[in-house]
Design a protein around this ligand. Structure first.
Ligand code: ADP
Length: 158
């Protein structure tokens, strides 16, 4: 079984993430969406809230699981017996960081491959940070995130 992991912060999940997750799910037997405990970022949503939102918005994708992890991605990959990392690329600005991450992951776990998917054009501008910025000022985010996420943002910023 070809298992892929789609790691990220997902603070919160956007239509851009969902695009990558659903396209990944069409290629691999199973996709594990893994929310990373990142101590360098001050999140808006807790890990549990992010996992819960991801579960709600991926429930129609039967081969997608949602989980969270601490520590090194490569250790998590081994634990899950997954050999592919899925990452999305939006713009050239993503490239430098992604190249570094893919290189270090290759060094730490040579059996693991990183697969990059180009974002669909209409999501190339979309990030969790932009969504939070827009939602903070109570502007409409319904084109950017699923309804469940828009509701959760409304509650956070109310
Ligand atoms: P991280 O902090 O690890 O970058 P993110 O939650 O920002 O976590 O992103 C997780 C993954 O989703 C990354 O591979 C990122 O490139 C991808 N991604 C985020 N937004 C989009 C988008 N609009 N289109 C395509 N991929 C995206």
């Amino acid at each position: 079984m070809k298992i892929a992991v789609c790691p990220g912060s997902f603070d919160p999940v956007t239509y851009g993430h969902l695009d990558i997750i659903s396209r990944g799910a069409a290629v691999f037997d199973k996709v594990i969406v893994a929310v990373l405990h990142n101590r360098n970022k001050q999140p808006l949503f807790s890990i549990d809230e992010r996992v819960d939102l991801l579960k709600q918005v991926t429930k129609q994708l039967s081969n997608v699981e949602v989980d969270s992890f601490n520590g090194l991605l490569i250790d998590y990959m081994k634990e899950k017996q997954a050999h592919t990392i899925i990452r999305g690329l939006r713009a050239v600005s993503d490239f430098e960081y992604e190249m570094q991450a893919a290189s270090i992951n290759k060094k730490l776990g040579p059996e693991v491959e990183t697969f990059f998917m180009m974002t669909s054009n209409h999501y190339s501008y979309l990030s969790s940070s932009i969504v939070k910025e827009v939602a903070k000022y109570h502007a409409d985010v319904t084109d950017l995130v699923p309804e469940e996420v828009a509701d959760a943002l409304r509650v956070k910023f109310s």
